[in-house]
Design a protein around this ligand. Structure first.
Ligand code: ATP
Length: 465
């Protein structure tokens, strides 16, 4: 199966089965924006909860936050985003395709990630002179020089008459961590945390990406799961290594293998950063390794800048050593939608069973949108339906369940396989006699007979293992 083919299949399955819809379809669509349907929302929530459980619930050194998307506009001046959060843009004069110059240079083996514009234009010129620089869409060789394209999404707040004035400009946050820095002091004052500790937050971020494509891999509105860890600079190395391990193992815990992942070390760093690694996943549908999460050592840049611009002292006083200092920060920054795509890519399987094709999403059971589907063998036998409904009502108190009496059992299995449901329960005529049912396993397709009264414990065990 080719990469394009797989992308097409996954996009189509995602729509057909209610995971991801292209936005605003009834108005002809709205490019690179997506909505999450019933099963997509369930899957996304499960991934989000799995991150939160590991990052916050199970840790003593972590607290949570849910800060607003709008923030004081100076936030983004202090952080450097207003001045320099941009990508180099080039355009094809023939077909008007827009491209990111650093990504185009990458195709020619030239690394230009976060490189200065001058460097990018020199490299583009070299390729131009060799007659090699071509549009990625139409192949034409008439390409503009690179210019800076701000990724900040601007909006206006205020009364309608003032609404478009510069003073009323607000930015939709380009990353969620901005709110964490602003609430660092309130968090410190209101919880019992002591350094080193982290603040975790999940929420929307917005970037005016030059090129937003590849389905939900790169969009202009997305969700991040970010954690900022505040520490004394002497602890940076130890904690950085610790978090690299923790984050890497989180992916392994949810079904990825070591071969699916790799580290990418950033050679070019922002002036305040001392180390930056990305975790990359080998996307089958994108044909290679791409970033899903960044792990960055950011020094004292963020709190120093916000101290300077706000005039508020954000230093930390260590009661034991009597030392006062600005904490250094390391962050783990993951994209929820990108990780959603990663799990979809990993889970997608096509198998041949007795000459028939079976499409199955083999999600980790804890991430699967629906855990158990309950069927009466025949929809027109009231006794079977009633018994199946009773089981469904009981099980749904503990897990996301679905009742299905449409079509024949084979069809229902196929539908549940395509949304990745790990277990299907069928109530048949024997159930009426001895209060047992069959449980069919998504991955092995084996069926087991189990007493109805043991079902709740059985699933609790299977789903929590
Ligand atoms: P890229 O190099 O792919 O543009 P980045 O290095 O700018 O990403 P970060 O700023 O480190 O990304 O953001 C952290 C995470 O947020 C990324 O690893 C990714 O998972 C997610 N992310 C960033 N931009 C987008 C986007 N436009 N759409 C979806 N997810 C994104």
């Amino acid at each position: 199966m080719t990469r394009e083919n797989l992308m097409e299949k996954i996009v189509s399955l995602a729509k057909r089965r209610g995971f991801v819809f292209p936005s605003s379809e009834i108005y002809g669509g709205f490019a690179a924006v997506y909505d999450y349907g019933h099963y997509g929302t369930l899957l996304k929530n499960n991934i989000r909860d799995a991150w939160w459980e590991h990052m916050v619930q199970l840790r003593d050194d972590m607290v949570g936050l849910d800060s607003a998307i709008f923030m004081h506009p100076t936030t983004w001046v202090a952080s450097g985003h207003v001045g320099s959060f941009d990508d180099p843009q080039i355009d094809c004069r023939k077909c008007k395709a827009r491209m990111r110059a650093d990504q185009v240079l990458e195709l020619y083996g030239i690394s230009a990630d976060k490189a200065p514009l001058d460097f990018i234009n020199v490299e583009l010129n070299k390729l131009r002179e060799l007659g090699k620089l071509a549009c990625q869409s139409c192949g034409a060789k008439d390409i503009t020089p690179a210019k800076r394209f701000s990724l900040m999404v601007k909006s206006n707040l205020g009364s309608p008459t003032e609404a478009l004035s510069e003073e009323n400009v607000v930015y939709l946050r380009p990353e969620t961590c901005g709110g964490i820095y602003l609430e660092y002091k309130n968090t410190l004052d209101s919880t019992r945390v002591k350094l080193p500790f982290g603040i975790a937050q999940i929420g929307k971020a917005f970037r005016n990406e030059v090129v937003a494509r590849q389905f939900i891999f790169r969009t202009r509105e997305f969700e991040q799961m970010e954690m900022q860890y505040f520490l004394h600079p002497k602890d940076m190395k130890e904690k950085y290594d610790m978090w690299k391990d923790i984050r890497w193992n989180w992916y392994l815990e949810y079904g990825l293998t070591k071969d699916d992942l790799k580290w990418y070390k950033h050679e070019k760093l922002a002036h305040y950063a001392s180390e930056a690694y990305d975790i990359e996943y080998n996307f089958k549908l994108l044909g290679g390794f791409k970033e899903v999460e960044g792990i960055h050592a950011r020094g004292d840049w963020d709190l120093s800048q916000h101290s300077k611009f706000s005039g508020v002292d954000l230093s930390y006083f260590d009661g034991e050593t009597k030392e006062r200092f600005i904490p250094h920060i390391m962050e783990t920054s993951a994209g929820l939608n990108r990780i959603f795509l990663m799990f979809l890519d990993k889970a997608y399987n096509e198998e041949e069973i007795n000459g028939e094709k079976r499409v199955v999403l083999k999600f980790d059971k804890r991430l699967a949108p629906v855990k158990v589907a309950v069927f009466p063998l025949l929809a027109n036998k009231p006794q079977l339906v009633e018994k199946a409904k009773g089981i469904f009502e009981d099980l749904r108190q503990n897990f996301m369940c679905e009742f299905d009496d449409n079509g024949n059992v084979g069809k229902r299995y196929r539908r549940q396989d395509e949304i990745g449901t790990p277990y299907c329960v069928t109530v048949d005529f024997q159930s009426l006699e001895d209060d047992t049912i069959t449980v069919r396993d998504r991955d092995t397709m084996k069926q087991e007979r189990i007493a109805i009264k043991e079902l709740a414990d059985y699933f609790k065990k299977q789903l929590e293992d």
